[in-house]
Design a protein around this ligand. Structure first.
Ligand code: FMN
Length: 191
């Protein structure tokens, strides 16, 4: 895949073939991409928790918030849940500010997942203290993001933002996810 194809195919997926397992080695390969990604001051303060066992996944899932715009959808049902997670943590012993390091790391992970025929979703809506307790994360590691991963079980259609300017994604009767993206000319500023 070209970079353009990788970026285009790397959508936020929230429903998966839960039975399709993801090996620990695959998660390690994805974190290796994050490891090689840019880091402010090259401080490299991020740490990662990996989960690809159903029992561990069950400890993580209840503390995540899914698709805020889909008000009638509480998140993926059993059978369509992620097969794996990567929790991105900030090590406060190494830095107090994580800037956009975790965003860059998350994108590297998702692009790597796309290359492998997988998909996922960055999740910032996290019940952090509950997740910390459930997974025994020590206090010096700040919870920044969770990346949900799996084999995608949904179709995402990228569309132009309509004349009303509404950027909210939505689902049609077939369950397809419609994703408005702003036009290139709208986001490049004349000067
Ligand atoms: C920093 C960040 C936090 C996000 N948090 C959530 C979240 O908590 N729950 C969720 O379902 N999606 C979350 N998303 C996914 C966005 O909703 C998604 O990126 C957006 O709808 C655009 O879709 P796309 O990623 O396919 O381009 C997050 C994305 C980013 C970049």
């Amino acid at each position: 895949m070209t970079v353009k194809e990788l970026v285009r195919n790397s959508r936020s997926y929230r429903r998966f073939y839960q039975d399709t397992q993801i090996e620990l080695d695959t998660l390690r390969e994805l974190v290796n991409l994050a490891r090689l990604s840019p880091s402010a001051r090259n401080a490299q303060p991020l740490k990662y928790i990996l989960s690809c066992e159903p029992k561990k996944n069950d400890l993580i899932f209840p503390h995540l918030g899914w698709a805020g715009y889909l008000k009638d959808w509480p998140g993926p049902t059993e059978g369509e849940r992620p097969s794996a997670y990567i929790i991105i943590l900030g090590d406060t012993r190494l830095s107090q500010h994580f800037g956009c390091d975790h965003g860059i790391a998350a994108q590297s992970i998702l692009l790597g997942a796309t290359e492998k025929g997988l998909g996922g979703c960055i999740i910032a809506s996290i019940q952090k203290e509950q997740l910390r307790r459930a997974t025994n994360i020590p206090p010096e590691l700040e919870i920044l993001l969770v990346i949900a991963l799996g084999k995608p079980k949904e179709t995402v259609l990228i569309e132009p933002v309509g004349p009303d300017g509404d950027i909210k994604y939505w689902r049609d009767e077939q369950g397809r996810h419609h994703l408005p993206k702003r036009d290139l000319d709208e986001i490049i500023v004349d000067w």
